[in-house]
Design a protein around this ligand. Structure first.
Ligand code: NAD
Length: 387
């Protein structure tokens, strides 16, 4: 099976789907790999390194002739693979009905990295987690960079600097990495999550868990390890109780998310006003609207003297390691889908079935199917229902 790695064309995307180490793993497993010229340039990877790893380097048409196209961001209309090809990437299938329709109509067999079930068995393919690790780390660094203060306590002949206070809201994969990074930089760290189960993990990183007793039994914890949306009343009480923790912080990193829902608003405008001028909020939930009421997704703004960083795609700012981890996730998925180097799809398998979005001209993912508006081309009687 031949795997093609295109150059990412989406604005701001600096990652690449496979780094040379990942190429080598595939070649050793019997795959052929073709990489588009300069595909790794933004991650400082040269074509020569890809060739040394066993890939051939070619133009966009050489890549699109491969059996499977692996990429980071979803393909634009001009990048849609041809019929019968396999496509793997962050396809955001629940938010991209036009793309899903295009892939189904174009008879592309597509797999969305974000739809891989988050089970122990699929952990090595879990790109949401691998990229959250990178983004959590970057978020703390971005906060430290904007803050005009030291992170650690420093005792110098000219005086003593107190350590910075960092508050992390949401202690999932990204939040825990943000906490660990802030601790390594020497800050005093507190964290809060609606799931009380994470208290131990937060404390094991040396941070203090902010206890907020607002929950009814079971509120906040959803199925498995995931959060569910809390009621408006609980959210309001959370905000009241968090207000003094936010006001005391130099940096607030917010990562709170509920799968498939807009980000919960945890930091109101009044809470921003109560922060010391010069403080920083890094809102990792900006992608889904933001945890702070004043966040402007994609922008860094200063409101009431507080820097509010709503930068999107933080993982892309560390393109080498983000690509390294992502590439390993992709290699593991490819080996799962093509164990002998040839595609052998088993739709009874929960990983294959969970990640597959389109196959054989059909949308095969139930959640995505339910999310789609009726196709007006398929049934002219429902015209007007298109996106
Ligand atoms: P996420 O990005 O969906 O959410 C981030 C955090 O925000 C979560 O911890 C959530 O509880 C929290 N949150 C939601 N609403 C909140 C609110 N109102 N106030 C405060 N916090 C709020 O989550 P994630 O990091 O992708 O994953 C969540 C959990 O799933 C983690 O504990 C992780 O360890 C686990 N997980 C397990 C596997 C696996 O078993 N393979 C894989 C991935 C993640």
């Amino acid at each position: 099976m031949k795997v093609g790695v295109p150059k990412e064309l989406k604005a701001g995307e600096r990652r690449v789907a496979l780094v040379p180490e990942a190429v080598k793993k595939l070649v050793d497993a019997g795959f052929e790999v073709v990489v588009e010229r300069e595909a790794g340039a933004h991650a400082n990877l040269t074509d020569a390194e890809y060739e040394e790893a066993g890939a051939s380097v070619g133009d966009a048409s050489a890549v699109s002739s491969a059996d499977a196209i692996v990429r980071v961001a979803a393909p634009g209309p001009d990048e849609t693979p041809a019929a019968g090809k396999v496509l793997i990437g962050f396809l955001s299938p629940l938010n991209s009905p036009d793309l899903v329709r295009r892939l189904a109509d174009g008879r592309v067999t597509s797999f969305a990295m974000e739809s891989i079930p988050r089970t122990t068995r699929a952990q090595a393919m879990d790109a949401l987690s691998s990229q959250a690790v990178v983004a959590g780390y970057r978020a703390t660094l971005a906060g430290a960079e904007s803050l005009g203060k030291f992170m650690p306590m420093l005792i110098t002949a000219a005086g003593t600097a107190k350590p910075a206070r960092v508050l992390v809201l949401g202690a999932g994969v990204a939040g825990l990495q943000a906490i660990a990074t802030a601790k390594r930089l020497g800050a005093v760290v507190e964290a809060y999550d609606v799931r009380p189960a994470v208290k131990e993990e937060v404390e094991s990183l040396g941070a203090k868990f902010v206890q907020i007793e607002v929950q009814q039994e079971g509120e906040g914890s959803g199925s498995g390890e995931y959060a569910k949306e809390v009621s408006a009343d609980v959210q309001r009480r959370q905000q009241e109780l968090l207000a003094d923790r936010v006001a005391a912080a130099d940096i607030v990193v917010t990562t709170a998310a509920v799968p498939g829902r807009p980000a919960p608003k945890l930091v109101g405008a009044d809470m921003v006003r109560a922060m010391r001028p010069g403080s920083v909020i890094v809102d990792m939930a900006a992608e889904t609207g933001g945890n702070c009421e004043l966040t402007e997704p994609g922008q860094v703004v200063v409101k009431d003297g507080v820097t509010i960083d709503g930068t999107l795609n933080l993982a892309s700012q560390m393109p080498y390691h983000a690509s390294l981890l992502y590439g390993n996730n992709v290699v593991n998925l490819l080996k799962h889908l093509a164990p002998e180097g040839n595609l052998a799809l088993d739709f009874e398998d929960e990983i294959t079935a969970g990640a597959a979005i389109t196959h054989d001209g059909q949308i095969v993912n139930e959640r995505v199917k339910q999310n789609m508006a009726p196709n007006p081309q398929a049934d002219p009687a429902v015209s007007g229902g298109s996106q």
